[in-house]
Design a protein around this ligand. Sequence first.
Ligand code: FNR
Length: 358
Amino acid sequence: MTATRKDDHVRLAVAQHQTSQDRRYGAASYTGAFDDVHFPHHALAGTDRAQVGLRTSFAGWTWPVPLYINAMTGGSRRTGEINRDLAIAARETGLAIATGSMSPFLKDPACADTFTPVREQHPGGFVMANINANATPEQARRAIGLLDANALQIHLNTVQETVMPEGDRSFGHWPAAIEAIAQAVDVPVIVKEVGFGLSGRTVTRLACLGVAAADVAGRGGTDFARIENSRRPSRDHAYLEGWGLSTPAALLDARGRGLPLLASGGVRHPLDMARALALGAHAVGVSGPFLTTLVNDGPAALIEQLTAWLDQLTALMTLIGAHSPADLARADIHVTGALREYCVQREIPLPAREEHSR
Ligand code: FNR
């Protein structure tokens, strides 16, 4: 049952991104919340490419590049192969990588070998284990131990569970459970959403629970309400599709709330990566689009895509005049449209011009 669900998720996520393949490079017809974030053009702001570095540091870690393959899969034979190929691509390009939820392994240790290829293929890499907030501290330690993980992701997915017929219906114990896990494990904990966004209020709460970083994982990309709806014959929760905070809105709301931020959800191309870094993320995670490349075109095509993204991010930073991701977080940005309106109505501070270095 779990294995079938994991295969369904891959199939439906790829189908979702398939229809947006021509959007991947920002075709003009497609707009998302990231398109409300602009870099005002300063023609003399550019720097020398040789002076631009992609290294990013946060929560005591330094990653060579500010891009990672975010949590997706494991639990079936097919998803084990996908995990292996994602890890090869991450290794070849220096990316960090997370496995999908390790609940299948915690229920049935026989499927451990659908997760372990991630560590086997990326022995020196930054690997994140992934569990939900129902896991016990002992289960969290087992998940970390299986992968010799550098960090533990705990995913929050109330919307997805609600749409799933077999999903959880009790969420009230999650804050205490997160705190207990964070205390019990010997690697830092990153809390993430799964595509509905973490609000500033949520990140403020997380900062008090012993968490090391928050991945806002907002709306705009893979939509799990849509995926789970496709799996139920009645599709009676279709009105929940599109629920959640967009990734840029979540980043703006969650800035300055006491935790380092990571951004994922709806990142379509290197300009979105630059926008997320400019909004204060220390690194940017991508799931659905990279999965789609892997499934359609194979591991070599994914390596080529990751290499191109990093190359183009460097080029964008060169023209903007940002020497590092931290420098990009001080770049001049302008917020327009629905994103601006959202911030004004919610009294979320917009980036102030005085802060800008260039
Ligand atoms: C996911 N995601 C996810 N997240 C998580 O924490 N645990 C999980 O097991 C999964 N499973 C999963 C399966 C598949 C097929 C996809 C595409 C995604 C969510 C993922 O990590 C991310 O938060 C969202 O997908 C938003 O990013 P993208 O896809 O818009 O780049």
